[in-house]
Write a protein that binds this ligand. Structure first.
Ligand code: CMC
Length: 431
């Protein structure tokens, strides 16, 4: 990396120029600080989709898309996936360091004791149609947390902000499970405080009042792994949404509800649901070739879901970990899912195809995760909800970081105006 300190941008016709400082983090590409460009030259910058724009400084997650590297607070995702747990990762993301035993016990106790929903939530839940999509319910229910806790939130008080973050990590799984049970007509199951985070969630999802739930050990293990892998991914669309809403001073429940809405799209977290639908539509391995051809045809409007990433131009490191776990889950549970074969053939075919190779399109985190969720008995509509439970840890960590950032400003992009130039109003009688 060069040690250039600034770059000069010159408009030689207008005879204006600006010297713009170069900013560097601890790792990754250097950035040109364009903050004073409009004042000194009258120009804004145009960057559709923010492909070249850093919106903040952050010490939470680092990605090197060319090398396929993902670090949470400096720790490689592979090491966390192997040795950590989702709740420990949530602590790490929020606080910057791994907890010692006492700190972890304290955090686990706090999260565990904030898992209950206010009883009035049940009335809210009961207002939805029985067939409402659980992401729609989750979004509404999380946004409504502000109605219960907003009064108690002094945004200037770091401890109150921290507690709001803990509440969100604790309550989102309870709300998610309640949405699922409502959609299938089962009574809401209260969280059991004697269970750890992921097992408690599985009990809230699947336990019936009439009998005990026998969970195969691989179920909690696989879900914990998926939660770790989905916990954060720097300034992705939903996290940037949380930050944009947070930048206005809105409460964190509103910000996270907005993040859930952004996550829902098929280009983002909705891809895991879309992958399974796509695999089902392909149906059998012999149809894979046709699907690959269709994805290459720009007129078809079809893309291979679970393929490609804005940042990774190499194998998504999370995808290889999930791929391995998919095989383990299906073997341990004795599930013979023909869609796994379709997925493997599709991956193989795409990775050999020049269209995908030349565009550096590799399987992403969502390609295999749906097969695990399906094997665990989750309906397709719940897949993105699972992603939201995990990503809540990242969203609140970014919100906390932003609220404490002395440089933070309200997010307010500019535009290239393409509308009409000034013209006179004509009364309707004269039009
Ligand atoms: N299938 C076929 N072609 C693709 C795909 C795909 N999945 N993804 C990108 N391309 C092509 C695209 O048509 C374009 O081709 P060309 O250069 O000829 O115009 C080129 O690759 C670059 O694509 P792009 O749309 O400019 O890339 P992007 O960085 O704006 O989009 C993406 C990234 C993830 C939205 C996109 O790859 C995609 O739509 N993938 C499928 C949806 C998906 O799996 N999303 C989950 C992302 S990972 C989890 C998450 O973020 O939540």
């Amino acid at each position: 990396m060069s040690d250039t300190k600034s770059v000069v941008i010159t408009d030689s016709i207008a005879g204006k120029s600006a010297e713009l400082p170069i900013l560097r983090g601890t790792m990754g590409a250097a950035c040109v600080d364009i903050g004073k460009l409009p004042k000194e030259t009258g120009y804004f910058t145009y960057d559709q989709g923010f492909v070249a724009t850093a919106s903040c400084r952050s010490a939470i997650t680092y990605i090197d898309g060319d090398e396929g590297v993902l670090l949470y607070r400096g720790y490689p995702i592979q090491q966390l996936a192997k040795g950590s747990s989702f709740l420990e990762v949530a602590y790490l993301l929020m606080n910057g360091e791994l907890p010692d035993a006492q700190q972890f016990a304290g955090f686990e106790h706090e999260v565990t004791h904030h898992t209950m929903m206010h009883e009035a939530f049940k009335n809210f839940l009961g207002g939805f149609r029985h067939d409402a999509h659980p992401m729609a319910m989750l979004c509404g229910m999380v946004g409504s947390l502000a109605a219960f806790y907003h009064e108690g939130l002094d945004m200037e008080d770091p401890e109150q902000r921290r507690m709001a973050a803990v509440r969100l990590i604790a309550k989102v799984p309870t709300i998610a499970a309640a949405c699922y049970r409502y959609s299938i007509g089962w009574p809401v199951r209260y969280p059991r405080n004697n269970l750890e985070f992921v097992t408690r969630f599985l009990h809230m999802m699947f336990e019936v009042p009439s009998g005990p739930l026998n969970l195969p050990p691989v179920a909690a293990k696989a879900l914990d792994l998926l939660f770790i892998l989905h916990a954060d991914h720097e300034q992705n669309a939903s996290t940037s949404t949380v930050r944009l809403v947070g930048s206005t001073g809105a409460n964190p429940y509103a910000a996270v509800a907005a993040g859930i809405a952004a996550l829902w799209g098929p280009a983002h977290g909705g891809a895991n649901e879309a992958v399974l639908k796509m695999l089902g539509e392909i149906g059998t391995p012999d149809q894979v070739g046709k699907a690959v051809e269709k994805a290459k045809d720009k007129n078809s409007g079809f893309r291979l879901m679970g393929f490609g990433h804005r940042v990774y131009k190499n194998y998504d490191p999370r995808a290889s970990i999930i791929r391995e776990m998919t095989h383990k889950v299906l073997t341990d549970l004795g599930v013979n899912d023909p869609l796994l074969e379709v997925a493997m053939r599709l991956e193989e075919a795409a990775l050999k195809d020049d269209y995908f190779v030349s565009r550096k399109l590799y399987p992403n985190v969502d390609f295999y995760s749906g097969l695990i969720y399906k094997a665990l008995g989750l309906p397709t509509e719940m897949f993105t909800v699972m992603f939201a439970i995990a990503r809540t840890a990242g969203w609140v960590s970014h919100w906390l970081e932003q609220q404490a950032d002395p440089e933070a400003k309200i997010g307010r992009p500019r535009q290239i105006y393409t509308g009409a130039t000034p013209r006179d109003y004509v009364p309707i009688s004269a039009r």
